[in-house]
Design a protein around this ligand. Sequence first.
Ligand SMILES: [Zn+2]
Ligand SMILES: [Zn+2]
Length: 407
Amino acid sequence: MRGRELRGELDAFLAETEQDLVAFRRDLHMHPELAFAEYRTTQRIAERLTAAGLTPSVLPRGTGLICEVGSGDGPTIALRADIDALPLQDEKDVPYRSTVAGACHACGHDVHTTVLLGTSLFLAQQAAAGLLPGRVRLIFQPAEELPGGALEVMAQGGISGVDRIFGLHCDPRVDVGQLGLRSGPITSACDRIAVRVSGPGGHTARPHLTADLVFALAKILTELPAALSRRVDPRSSLSLVWGKVVAGTAANAIPDDGVAEGTVRCLDENAWHAAPDLIKSLLESVAGAYGVEATLDYTRGVPPVVNDEVSVEMLAEAAERALGAGAVVPTQQSLGGEDFAWYLESIPGAFARLGTRSPDGVTYDIHQGTFAVDEKAIAMGVRVMATTALTALWEVGPLDSITTAMA
Ligand SMILES: [Zn+2]
Ligand SMILES: [Zn+2]
């Protein structure tokens, strides 16, 4: 019963608020703020939530906020949006183009923020009408692009007591009105490494009396990726690729130091956890064979986002209910990173791809100054997020609410 009514309630809500939500998104788009500097954005969201009778709690840095809708002892479902922009120039020619030089919402986080705001306003209405069988925690997360905002939210207890978490991201390769889903890993890990080698240096006439540092560095450059490919499950697609090498200044002098830098990308969570120790031990054994000292500087990015199967089913069910049959499309694991992954290391949940391309339209890729969305995606996102939260509450809620929902 509730499932069928819900669609009509969302229709009525969006008929009244869709234009206002589009205006809210355009305002954010004109005033993008970079990671951990989202003060204005945070205030704008807080004002709207407060006006709807909710009590948002701004994170200690003053950027990002958490707000809970509903009360009682029922389950808690979290919905997360990221709110930061990118340090890129807006290259679009639209009335709402960025007014800040060198900053632009080129990853669609203004859309995510607006979708979650619309969802919050709808859920506040549902709660006021006594129709929310639990709590929904709204997480407006700062600094996804750094990354690190997810860790900040978690440090503030943002997901404690949460049973399940959901999030979505604009996907310009999916048509508006569709939702891309995938169980298991949906994004990838990307870390950076820097290897520094040092030795006594000397004349190229006498490599045996010193340590031939350039030769040793060359061995490291080829042996490390080769050994990794034999020590890690090939299905994890762990790949070490070098982007920078520096050593020496003269043809006949063996230098006393050198450096190589590269990225480690990985599709698999277990292989990602094991990578730093494995690379360190391989590095030490290759360097040791040539008598040079080597140190590894390993900078962690984010782990892959690994979607929980049950949560994906809930999202799929909600999307079909909210957008209609055929709205769910399969999506591939991307090589990009997303810090939503940190939440999923602690609690189950799922991350979806919200279609933002106009049907038969052009794909404007994210992280480009030309990135643009079909704004109909905002209402679609609200339908999906609100229905997902309610579906998840019905399914993990006490038996009587499930019976009511399914009746
Ligand atoms: Zn991004
Ligand atoms: Zn993003």
